[in-house]
Write a protein that binds this ligand. Structure first.
Ligand SMILES: C[S@@+](CC[C@H](N)C(=O)[O-])C[C@H]1O[C@@H](n2cnc3c(N)ncnc32)[C@H](O)[C@@H]1O
Length: 393
């Protein structure tokens, strides 16, 4: 495979974060024409595009490379047409094979039979399939829609949210891909001070540090494309060197992360150390009710507090009120919380904005909170005044 060969790529987004991923990739690889589609973003580009996206995306779950698209209404036809695709681009022999199949509105609907035919087709194409655990894993995905089947290979290997720094978590952790999305959705800016007062395993703080330092999330990981015969190790190394040379070594202000649980803070510290950002965090074991933050020009308190199961559970309402109070006594900070229940967010203050997404199978909202109804009214009034100023001003 030549490095200039053009491919169609598909970056899979975490549920409800397709738009965020589209924004990220539009900045990262604008020439690859990132296009928003259900479930993710399609791109067109060469090996360098694939490498750049894999190295830098903070949001994608994995990146697939389209091998081909065929129409089939009989299993025999599917096997024959699949075998004719250009598998030799991606496969060094022998490989351990994994096939994931889905089909909607197709005559060939049985996913087990689809996977079986894909395996047969690869063998027809001369690929040796083994169960030897030391052989590279070759993950093929077949997706049928109205008798058209798209065949893709996974280029990522381990899912991209597994960054490797979190070997244990403090309970109900955020996915590492969700944390940068929350920072983006809450409007966090590099000149702002960040605080997560219920930090658990410190996912938000660690991901924020990586963003501010400009550290590429894929710098130290292994990708499935390393095993492809066409892998260009020189090009990959060049991108790694470029990424390392761009990275900042210091941050202008620390990131504040705290939790009331000493064991959780010890774990957060280990995670931050593994992620290479411990020196950029101020980690404290303190209850949100007692936390004191410095006055800042501009700051963001962002966290996912415990959700609880029952609506308006009194202990939880108190916890969310305490978050609102933390924001009111911390000059310069605004507040955003991720939670399952609107009523809980309302206990922290007045909701000015919300964005619903999914976290670990639950529907959760990211709520921007203004301190009180009075604050909101005075803010809205000044906004209205600003908008009714004579044009000459
Ligand atoms: C859902 S977890 C946060 C998970 C975290 N975002 C992560 O990625 O690991 C909620 C955290 O809030 C902490 N917590 C609960 N009540 C608290 C309080 N009053 N003050 C500070 N932390 C509290 C818990 O110890 C727990 O670690």
């Amino acid at each position: 495979m030549r490095s200039s060969t053009q491919f169609e790529l598909f970056a899979i987004a975490p549920p409800s974060l397709e738009q965020c991923l589209h924004q990220e990739l539009s900045t990262l690889v604008p020439a690859a024409s990132p296009t928003l589609v259900p479930g993710g973003v399609t791109l067109r580009g060469d090996l360098c595009t694939l490498y750049r996206v894999s190295l830098w995306t903070r949001l994608a779950t994995r990146v697939l490379l389209r091998v081909g698209s065929i129409v089939a209404v009989h299993f025999e036809e599917l096997r024959r047409k699949t075998a004719a695709l250009r598998w030799s681009y991606f496969v060094k022999q022998p490989v351990r094979l994994k096939v994931s199949a889905t089909a909607h509105r197709c005559r060939l609907i049985h996913t087990g039979a689809l996977a079986e035919r894909v395996e047969g087709a690869l063998q027809d194409a001369g690929i040796v399939i083994t169960h030897d655990e030391s052989a590279p894993l070759f993950h093929v995905l077949i997706r049928g829609e109205s008798d058209r089947f798209t065949l893709s290979v996974d280029s990522s290997g381990e899912l991209l949210h597994r960054r490797g720094y979190r070997q244990q978590d403090g309970g109900a952790p955020l996915r590492e891909t969700l944390a940068p999305a929350l920072l983006r959705l809450s409007g966090f800016q590099p000149n702002q001070t960040l605080c997560d007062p219920m930090c658990g395993s410190a996912t938000l703080a660690i991901e924020a540090a990586h963003i501010l330092l400009g550290r590429a999330p894929g710098l130290y990981r292994r990708f499935a494309f390393f095993d492809w015969p066409g892998h260009d190790a020189t090009l990959w190394q060049k991108l790694l060197d470029e990424a390392k040379s761009q990275e900042q070594t210091a941050l202008p202000r620390p990131i504040f992360a705290s939790d009331r649980d000493p064991e959780v803070i010890a774990l957060a510290r280990r995670n931050a150390e593994r992620a290479g950002v411990l020196q950029h965090l101020e980690l404290h074991c303190v209850e949100v009710q007692k936390l004191k933050l410095p006055s800042v020009e501009s700051g963001l308190i962002l966290c996912n507090p415990p959700y609880g199961k029952r609506l308006k559970e009194p202990r939880l309402v108190g916890l969310y009120r305490a978050l609102g109070m933390l924001q009111r006594r911390s000059a310069g900070f605004r507040l955003a919380v991720l939670t399952t229940q609107r009523q809980l967010a309302q206990a922290a203050g007045v909701i000015s904005d919300e964005y619903w997404l999914r976290n670990g199978g639950l529907r959760v909202g990211l709520f921007s909170i203004t301190t009180s109804q009075r604050d909101k009214l005075s803010r809205d009034a000044s906004h209205d005044r600003a908008h009714s100023l004579p044009e000459s001003l």
